[in-house]
Write a protein that binds this ligand. Structure first.
Ligand SMILES: Nc1ncnc2c1ncn2[C@@H]1O[C@H](COP(=O)(O)OP(=O)(O)OP(=O)(O)O)[C@@H](O)[C@H]1O
Ligand SMILES: [Mg+2]
Length: 330
């Protein structure tokens, strides 16, 4: 299901939690929304998932307006949505199977069908045979698997994940993201992934919107945004990405003022030699490596440029002409 947001607004008193957000979220994809704490991510999800009404603006699912639905029509439309959260929101009084069965009981589905579907879902999320487990005996990753099974029980078209992996360790995060990717493809889901972790965007999403103080400051293909971040917030998220600079050897912490990012084609060209030849600038490479972003290879290089400001400026402008993203203070 394709989601379209038009000029959405939501205030809490004086606070503009969501300001004029317009977005197109294509169907059958994993779409990331990243932002710092307080940026308005959860508020935006509540508006898009019809849990809360916007003060202004419109929400469309497949060209049908849904933000103004009430009563039965609203309940019917909400059946097309599954949601998972950071804190899992499971019933501790119910075991794994009973948690997964819950939304189907609410919809008054046939008991025999529910039983069969619960087993199918347990298998789908890799928890076959664990249906009787009390929630308190499950690990965080297993709890999130139960929550995913419950969210998918009624075969939704859209899955909202609000910080679904934020409480998990890196390895468990990877396994949950892999599961979400697998289920997305299997069920043709539109997944909206809310996060403050660039790793999640890099490893799971096709497109991303960057939210800051309630506004979208950048939107596009994940590979484009990693290769060429435009906003300060995006740059901040990228420089905090643990894997980039930690996975490559860095010889010194003081040196390495500039970070270059090369995508696809440019990784095969002798760009640095060309820039040296054309501008006379000197490069001192401190660290370098290649990482995979949304299925595309991205080269990252941490270096210093010399010998003086004039050469630095000339080198940077030429690098940018070659399509290399340059980050760092002049
Ligand atoms: N029900 C509410 N009443 C008053 N203010 C609220 C309410 N919900 C959210 N806010 C405020 O709106 C702003 C955005 O909050 P929101 O929860 O959407 O941020 P977030 O991006 O999800 O943050 P986090 O990463 O911490 O979850 C915050 O300043 C928050 O305090
Ligand atoms: Mg939130």
């Amino acid at each position: 299901m394709h989601i379209r947001l038009k000029n959405l607004k939501r205030d809490y008193g004086q606070l503009h939690a969501v300001q004029d957000v317009s977005l197109d979220i294509p169907s059958n994809t994993i779409y990331g929304i990243i932002g710092r704490s307080g940026a308005g991510k959860s508020t935006l999800v509540r508006l898009v998932s019809m849990l809360e009404k916007p003060d202004a603006g419109e929400v469309y699912y497949d060209d049908e307006r849904v933000d103004n639905l009430e009563g039965k029509a609203l309940i019917e439309k909400r059946r097309h949505i599954g949601m998972i959260f950071q804190n899992f929101n499971l019933f501790s009084s119910r075991n794994a199977s009973e948690n997964i069965a819950y939304p189907m009981e609410i919809c008054k589905m046939d008991k025999a069908y529910i039983k069969k579907r619960v087993n199918e879902l347990l298998e789908l999320v890799g928890l076959e045979g664990r249906g009787d487990a009390p929630i308190s005996t499950l690990s965080g990753g297993q709890k999130q698997r139960v929550a995913i099974a419950r969210a998918l029980a009624c075969k939704p078209d859209i899955l909202f994940c609000d910080e679904a992996t934020s409480a998990l360790d890196p390895q468990t995060t990877r396994s949950i993201l892999a599961l979400i990717k697998e289920l997305q493809a299997k069920m043709n889901l539109t997944v909206v992934m809310i996060t403050h972790q660039m790793e999640v965007v890099r490893d799971a999403c096709q497109r991303v919107a960057v939210l800051d103080s309630g506004r979208i400051v950048e939107e596009g293909l994940v590979s484009d945004i990693f290769a060429n971040p435009k906003s300060e917030v995006t740059n901040d998220f990228l420089s905090n990405l643990t894997n980039v600079k930690d996975s490559i050897v860095r010889w010194s912490n003081v040196a390495g003022r500039f970070t270059l990012r090369f995508r696809g084609g440019t990784t095969d060209e002798p760009v640095i030699s060309n820039v040296t030849a054309e501008t006379g600038a000197t490069f001192n490479i401190r660290a370098a490596g290649v990482q995979e972003v949304a299925g595309e290879e991205l080269g990252v290089m941490v270096l210093d440029i010399g010998p003086d400001e004039q050469h630095v400026k000339a080198a940077i402008s030429l690098l940018r002409k070659y399509g290399v993203s340059v980050e760092g203070d002049l």
